[in-house]
Design a protein around this ligand. Structure first.
Ligand code: ZN
Length: 369
């Protein structure tokens, strides 16, 4: 009996050692960005979730990941373009990775916020530590994030609820549903952008690029038909700011629609699947109003008729932008970028115009009763 217990003990020690060893994280990338509120954000990409420490010593900021390895592609020294700091260095010593940022002035620990994001299976983004350093200077909205100045301070990290926290921009629910497309307001949301490429095809084409091209054509067709259009982005940028949490980035897109009092919200994406032979079209909706499903059917029917691609129909999904936008909304998955034939197709101007015209016609059908 004693021997059995001892054997069990040895086994569990071995198992524990194995688990601990396999859980050691490696830092694979360190990025920085400045958002429209002049918050300096650092993002540390990891192979696994990990413990980390933030220390402030005078004007030095240290981000430490104990027990972590350091990937060979991580720049050991980088320049930062911010009022708050000009450079950072990354090194591995004493069995940990240390990122050191000399700040331009003394900072307090309370000015530094951090949180850990889990791996995102949809976008393939790795586990990452996000560290925000706030400037107590009056924030100046940066032009580089498009015309989408969001009227709220970023949610302090750590108090983020993810769900159920009220949006600071009042939800717009006075949307119109009939009487023709002319005079209606449509918010177009080109998926991803800036620091987030979305899905990437075998040939290296990025979802954010063709989604924007289709969105720009859709904007022209809608305007020709007399609609007013607002876009969540018109260039290759993040809407909220680089390397934002998914919630901040997606809520910023919903806020654009509410602020422009949109009658419908249309998000443009491409699908991806591990099975590279899968291809076709889908239009997702979330049944939050009596009109979301109808909008999805109108758009999907026109896209399928115009392109003759596989029809995956109009599934329900609780994707953030179609659930949290306050007006009828759809998310179009325009082909599979993981399918080589469709990757080529969705990057041709001919296809981009054809599908944009079809989506425009679908929106017109929706408003036609
Ligand atoms: Zn997408």
């Amino acid at each position: 009996m004693r021997r059995k217990i001892f054997a069990l003990f040895v086994l569990s020690v071995c198992l524990f050692a194995t688990l601990t060893a396999s859980a050691a994280a490696t830092v694979t990338d360190v990025n920085w960005g400045v958002n429209q509120y002049n918050v300096l954000r650092f993002v540390v990409d990891l192979t696994e979730s990990s413990r980390y420490n933030i220390d402030v010593d005078g004007n030095q900021l240290y981000i430490r990941v104990p027990g972590a390895g350091l990937g060979s592609k991580v720049a050991r020294r980088s320049t930062i373009k911010s009022d708050l700091a000009k450079s950072m260095s990354v090194q591995r010593d004493n069995g940990r990775v240390t990122i050191r940022i000399p700040m331009e002035k003394r900072i307090r620990r309370s000015e530094v916020h951090s949180f850990m994001l889990r791996q995102d299976p949809r976008t393939g983004r790795p586990p990452r530590i996000v560290i925000d350093v706030e400037s107590n200077k009056k924030s100046v909205a940066s032009k580089s994030y498009g015309a989408t100045s969001v009227n709220r301070r970023p949610t302090p990290a750590g108090t983020q609820k993810g769900n159920g926290s009220p949006a600071a921009v009042p939800a717009y629910t006075n949307y119109k549903v009939g009487g023709g497309l002319s005079g209606k307001t449509v918010t177009i949301d080109p998926g991803h952008g800036g620091s987030d490429p979305g899905a990437i095809g075998l040939k290296g084409n990025k979802e954010k690029t063709s989604a924007l091209a289709i969105s720009n054509y859709l904007c022209s067709y809608l305007e020709q038909a007399g609609a007013k259009v607002t876009m969540t982005r018109t260039t290759d940028v993040d809407v909220y700011g680089p390397y934002a949490s998914g919630r901040d980035e997606l809520q910023a897109r919903c806020d654009v629609a509410s602020r422009s009092k949109a009658d419908v919200f249309v998000s443009i994406h491409h699908n991806a699947n591990n099975n590279r032979s899968v291809g076709g079209l889908a239009t997702y909706y979330y049944p939050k109003t009596n009109y979301d499903a109808r909008l999805a059917r109108c758009v999907q029917t026109r896209m399928v008729n115009a392109t003759r691609m596989n029809n995956y129909g109009t599934p329900q999904a609780d994707f953030y932008v179609i659930k949290r936008s306050s007006m009828p909304a759809v998310l179009c998955e325009v082909g599979f970028i993981s399918n080589q034939r469709e990757e080529e197709l969705i990057n041709t101007p001919w296809f981009q115009k054809t599908v944009a015209k079809a989506i425009c016609d679908g929106i017109a059908d929706y408003f036609s009763n």
